[in-house]
Design a protein around this ligand. Sequence first.
Ligand code: MN
Length: 746
Amino acid sequence: MPQQPPPAASLDPGQVPGAIDEPPLISADMHPPVDLAEDLERFNARLATYLKPEDIARVGAAYVFADAAHRGQMRLSGAPYISHPLAVAEALAGWHLDPHALSAALLHDVMEDTAITKEQIAERFGQVTAELVDGVSKLDRIEHQSFEEAQAENFRKMLLAMARDVRVILIKLADRLHNMKTLDVMRSEKRRRIARETLDIYAPIANRLGLNALYRELQELAFRHAHPLRYRVLSKAVKGARGNRREVVSKILDAIRQALPAAGIDAEVMGREKHLYGIYRKMREKHLSFSQVLDIYGFRIIVKDRATCYLALGALHALYQPVPGKFKDYIAIPKANGYQSLHTTLIGPFGTPVEIQIRNADMHHVAESGVASHWLYKDESSIDQLQKKTSKWLQSLVELQSTSGDSSEFLEHVKVDLFPSEVYVFSPRGKIFALPRGSTPVDLAYAVHTDIGDRCVACRINFETMPLRTELRNGDRVEIITAPNAAPNPAWLGYVKSARARSKIRHFLNTKQHEESAALGERLLSHALRDLGLALAKLPAQAWDRFKRASGARSQKAVLAEIGLGKRLPAIVARRLAEGVEAAAPAGVATEGRAQHAILIHGPEGVAVVLGNCCRPIPGDPIVGLIRKGRGLVVHTHDCPAIAKLRSERGNWVDVEWEPGITGMFDASIRVIAKNVRGVLARVAAGIAEADSNIVNISMDDDSGEATTLFFTLQVTDRVHLARILRAVRRIPEVVRITRYVDTKH
Ligand code: MN
């Protein structure tokens, strides 16, 4: 991280660094001169081994640009900041990556740390480089999110899912490697955290991509910083043991170096030094002592081709006795990351186990640099070809794996990681959730808990309020906002992606509709029964049993719900139930002359009772109810034109009345014709507000004549309230006409 703030002046991409006139932020003695000439020379030499001069020039331009952008910034160590991107690019040059990736490595921190934008990079270095830089910057941003330690696996998947281009991951890994190499200047606690993260996240990614040399180096560095004391003790012990081991090692080496040529095999043989983290892990995981781990000797044998690998194996098995069950043929059945070798363990002199790896040069190359070895940059390679090469590599792995019968594990590792079907997001507490691609905050809410899903009303994504239907992207931080009385909205079914959310929403809606319909059905049936002098509550159980048997209904509640939904007529059900049951009391114990059979309406009741959208009845209006099949009870005004044509039909009409003393707000529509003058809408709206009403909706007929027609949907308590509003609006001089409005289209 830079110590100094980025230069305030934005950089003209065309400028050469020397031309940037900027006062020195740091004095010469604060900023010990670090000579990068040597590093640059090494970098150039490495590029020259595989790039054309014009490509080297392109990479050089990226260096000049990055150097200028980071001018004045320093690493914690005091080195100029550019030394870091240079080291990252050098590592990538070691893997022979293409000029785009090298340029992006040099520019990888300019978007985060300076005022340079992605557009500026694209303009200067092209879209491919800009996308790579942007990809790395995105990874850096999620890296700064905290996450629960137990979720390292999900975090790894999220990184891979976000990268899309393998090169982004390669840049990120090289970035992490250099940061690990320069970790000494950090506070010890921060050092430990970064080291832990490297062991949990980045080393396994390197392993999965087959970058074994990098994998070991990251582990070694991380081990040193995460467990400094254990590292020191082990490293001292290994040094001490080396003297004793040397004799055994050279004895075995000599034996092998004689045995192979004797069998006509030309081979390169080397002793393998065990790395400290590997020793440490073996001690911990296999509960072995230090000497038990160190007593295993490792050798690597590299031969010219695949067939010779097996010949060498035979020669070695003749030299020393093999340990049964330890032979593994990773040539015939490669590991998931493409690794190929023969592994065997022999019983060496003095009875010590000797571990042998046999491979050819190609396999060795893959073993050391994995996916990067397939990205080797060649002159003629276009990016297209490189992409094709990567897919070909993946394809070849698929084929190798499927013959080994272990394709499911392979697919899980490579395909899922590089082409994931999941999206990974953070909760505000840093928990990572994996959701199907295309998921929305509603899916996340249901993944957290059914109650959160059922009550979610809004969400904030990366601290910004967003609609619930927003598609989530990898690395988003999502906060769900709930309200105690909220309920699932049927519209959610249109965009949720997870099966869990879908089924929970369906379940809620079905249950709710069933409950509401059953409650309405109960009211309708009791009224129908009262006409026959019967009370629903006092109906004998046999009456219901008989009815259910005859009608094939599942339960009493199901019958009530069907009545509520208009699928059964209450009068008919009542008559069938009444058969053989004696009327308890004479019909109609009238009270206050009210039509005692009417159903009382106290407002809309979910799906079971709705107020007609056409006439929008309000308390005080004479009303009539109509049961429509599958839609429950719809309440209309007596004079609603929408039901006029149904009047003559024998429909399922129900007597309804407003509940006495009803309170609440009801929607009413009005139409205002006013003179087409400036400010008339504001004046009408003010008049409505003064009469204590809220405007729910306004629309306008856009005739540009002398008069304009305005439609309002208002909230009113009843007819008296509406009359007061109409009077108030009528008093406005520009208003020509005002009426309550019935929408005949509904
Ligand atoms: Mn960096």
